[in-house]
Design a protein around this ligand. Structure first.
Ligand code: F6P
Length: 323
């Protein structure tokens, strides 16, 4: 293999730049030509592709976002779109790809590999931490710390006004950000899509807190839960406990930005290096991850389809620590 391409796709995540840097520099170190593909699969289709040098990735290890930009491509979902993308790669002699993204990115990569046989190694880049085959994904740690910082600040004002706050965090169908930021932020309750929490459970927790002389409470609500978003949960609770002073805060896209934590920079750098080394050593159609601190390759199919359950011990911890 003489020439590889790298791109970021789907929702951006802090650490993607550190991963791009690692891919580019590892590729150059191994004597490969490395091409940056902008705007994910859209740029592949449109030929928005340029040759990268070592200096192309200078001063980005600490930056959030992605210098290659990102997109969720509708065109790549079509046969015609993928055919155009393949032609663009062929024209430039690109023989392998590193795809940095989440489940949507790897779904596309898997189809592309099956149709054209071009080797692709994925690096898990999503704040959601929802990919099987890596204990942590690029951006998750930073997102948790951002959420935690926000929860700490909300706790100050909740405490001053004796209020109950429902704080919504991202994660799509995954409760990882919620459980970790909830434990770190001392939440009274964490609602995640993976387990069932009824409105009755929420009410009971809040009542118990009041009986234990708690004057304020924090409930972390993962988006994608069975009871709806934080506003809906808060409305249902307010109906049953009208004397509570309730507020809702949806943290939103701040969780996707910011300078990556040291953990994310190192994870991203490791994954970038292992993705290129994997390609050179014949890996294809796989995601590279870190499992028990060791590099592991998992087929795209498994990475996107197999559930990565939240450790039940963490759920128990919330219960115990919230008395
Ligand atoms: O997958 C990352 C993520 O931030 C999810 O947590 C969230 O549900 C979604 O992307 C938001 O997507 P968009 O940026 O397209 O609104």
């Amino acid at each position: 293999m003489k020439s590889i391409g790298v791109f970021t796709s789907g929702g951006d995540a802090p650490g993607m730049n550190a991963c791009i840097r690692s891919v580019v520099r590892t590729g150059l170190y191994l004597g490969l030509d490395v091409y940056g593909i902008k705007y994910g699969y859209n740029g592949m289709i449109d030929g928005d592709i340029y040759k990268m040098k070592s200096y192309s990735v200078s001063n980005i290890v600490q930056r959030g976002g992605t210098i290659l930009k990102s997109a969720r491509s509708k065109d790549f979902m079509t046969k015609e779109g993928r055919a155009k993308a393949y032609e663009q790669l062929k024209k430039r002699g690109i023989e392998g790809l590193v795809a940095i993204g989440g489940d949507g990115t790897f779904t596309g990569a898997n189809i592309f590999y099956e149709e054209y046989g071009i080797p692709i190694v994925g690096a898990p880049g999503t704040i959601d931490n929802d990919l099987y085959g890596s204990d942590y994904t690029i951006g998750f740690d930073t997102a948790v710390n951002t959420a935690l910082d926000a929860i700490d600040k909300i706790r100050d004002t909740a405490n001053s006004h004796d209020r109950v706050f429902f704080i919504e965090v991202m994660g799509r169908h995954s409760g990882y950000i919620a459980i970790q930021s909830g434990i770190g932020g001392g939440a009274e309750l964490v609602m995640v899509p993976e387990t069932s929490t009824t409105i009755g459970d929420v009410i009971q927790t809040l009542k118990e807190g009041r009986d234990n002389q708690k004057t304020s409470s924090i409930v972390v609500v993962a988006e994608g839960g069975e009871q709806g978003d934080a506003l809906e949960v808060a409305a249902k609770v307010a109906k049953e406990l009208p004397d509570l002073d309730i507020r809702v805060s949806t943290l939103g896209h701040i969780q996707r930005g910011g300078s990556p934590t040291s953990y994310d920079r190192i994870l991203s750098s490791r994954l970038g290096m292992a993705a290129v080394e994997g390609l050179v050593n014949g890996e294809k159609n796989v995601m590279v991850g870190v499992v028990n601190d060791k590099i592991a390759y998992t087929s795209f199919k498994l990475a996107i389809s197999k559930a990565k359950p939240i450790n039940p011990e963490l759920m128990r911890l919330v219960d115990i620590l919230s008395i």
